[in-house]
Ligand binder design. Structure first.
Ligand code: NAP
Length: 429
């Protein structure tokens, strides 16, 4: 066993970083045995140096993160600051100064993953980021390594705990969106500004990372189609229940049937109650991976939180330290397929459309004609109405998003259609 310790610089000591430091300290002997050398916390960069940091030697605290990563004796930098800058510059500086990097930063990886991978490779260092997607759940490494000999065709997941908590509340209690959000905020599941979660930005960053790894291509955040879940109503849940479904905010990454392109999207969708993702409750995450040889795999667990996320960071830290000792590197970016990312219009799925219509003879036929004219085949129609007004719920067979958009535009122009109450995709069948 080597006695000279591997030196770790911790950038950020908030929700995740404080747990990383705690586990590094309390499990030091186990980590030493598993790695084959001791790991030493050599410095902790923060923004507010005077804050009390339980269990951390105050002498290690610095506000100069750049000087810490430039020290020259750091073996591994753990970046848990978050955001784009200064995290990006600190990570590239770490590579330039001989350190490998473990990061939990989904926003940065989704935006600049390719450049960061290149910087790591240029300097012969590792870049690991298991914690960036779905917190504690091992997902990046299974996709990168365990499934490296298989062909992944689809990744379908609940990758944001806040939105799953809100939707689960709406489903189980009949609450509206605002009421469920208020409860999530009170319980600490939603931040004071929940935009990144409820508008799907956080899930879109994760979808970009997952699609790139799953399909061995490059998918950037801008390539991901995104719709938030703020418009989902209690009425949508009632409709979903009538179909034997529930509603989840899903990240969906798919390889096209001809294998020539991929798509990545985030939006609320109905899924059948029989689908394993339907039973993912509260703030849990789960990701369903469909591959050619393995078939269907599901990864489930806590997708956030200090200790669960630190578990994933520590797993990466052990792997990177072992590589350092062996003088080797883990798998870098695998983007050789260079598959184009198709626009949302080319996505093919089923739709649930709820229309407010005039309750008079011929309306159903008129609506059905519009669907037929746009090549969208109807699976079921449910009509209910009174006092001259009616509600029409149409569920379609599989159709392209572009065809559905054209259908809805044409429906809005019909005099007998008073409004389009909701449009929701139906997935997981
Ligand atoms: N929280 C989760 O459940 C979770 C789950 C998965 C992934 N992640 C990812 O993990 C990362 C960290 O998240 P978090 O929740 O731990 O964030 P956080 O609680 O806000 O902590 C951020 C830390 O970074 C420090 N910091 C901010 N700007 C800095 C700067 N310019 N120089 C040095 N230090 C700076 C802060 O210092 P002060 O302490 O002085 O403010 C704080 O310690 C993010 O990329 C996030 O997306 C988080």
């Amino acid at each position: 066993m080597r006695t000279r310790p591997l030196k770790v610089a911790l950038l950020g000591c908030g929700v995740v970083g404080s747990e990383v430091a705690r586990i590094m300290t309390t499990h030091a002997d186990d980590l030493t045995a598993r790695i084959g050398a001791p790991v030493e916390l050599a410095g902790v960069a923060v923004r507010r140096p005077d804050r009390v940091r339980v269990g951390i030697d105050p002498a290690l605290i610095t506000t100069d993160a750049t000087a810490l990563v430039k020290r020259g004796d750091i073996d591994v930098v753990v970046e848990v600051i978050g955001g784009i800058e200064p995290a990006r510059t600190l990570i590239t500086t770490a590579f330039e100064h001989g350190a490998s990097v473990v990061s939990a930063n989904k926003a940065l990886l989704a935006q600049d993953g390719a450049a960061l991978h290149k910087a790591a490779e240029d300097h012969g260092e590792d870049l690991y980021y298991e914690a960036a997607v779905a917190g504690a759940i091992p997902l990046i490494r299974p996709l990168r390594e365990s499934l490296a000999g298989d062909k992944v065709n689809r990744v379908l997941g609940i990758v944001n705990g806040t939105t799953n908590f809100i939707l689960d509340k709406m489903d189980s209690s009949g609450a509206g969106y605002q009421e469920a959000l208020d409860e999530a905020t009170a319980l600490g599941y939603a931040e004071a500004d929940p935009t990144a979660d409820v508008e799907g930005f956080d899930a879109a960053a994760k979808a970009a990372i997952l699609a790139g790894i799953a399909f061995h291509t490059r998918v950037r955040l801008d390539d991901v189609y995104r719709e938030g879940m703020t418009e989902v109503t209690a009425a949508d849940f009632a409709s979903a229940r009538q179909m034997g479904c529930t509603i989840k905010l899903l990240a969906i990454c798919e390889r096209a049937a001809d294998g020539e392109s991929v798509t990545a999207r985030v939006h609320p969708a109905m899924i059948p109650l029989s689908h394993p993702l339907a039973s993912v409750r509260e703030a849990y995450n789960a990701v369903f991976v469909e591959s050619e040889a393995a078939g269907r795999l599901m990864f489930y667990g806590p997708g956030a939180g200090g200790a669960p996320t630190a578990s994933a960071v520590l797993g990466d830290l052990v792997a990177v330290c072992r590589n350092k000792l062996n003088g080797s590197n883990g798998p870098g970016e695998s983007a050789y397929t260079r598959l184009p990312v198709s626009p949302m219009g080319e996505v093919v799925t089923r739709y649930h459309i709820s229309l407010d219509v005039a309750d008079k003879p011929g309306v159903l036929a008129q609506v059905a004609t519009v669907f037929a004219e746009h090549g969208v085949s109807i699976d079921t129609v449910r009509q209910s109405g009174k006092d001259g007004e009616a509600s029409l719920v149409v569920v379609t067979h599989r159709a392209s998003d572009a065809s559905l958009t054209g259908t809805v535009e044409a429906l809005r122009k019909l005099d007998t259609v008073r409004g389009v109450a909701s449009i929701m995709r139906v997935e997981g069948e």
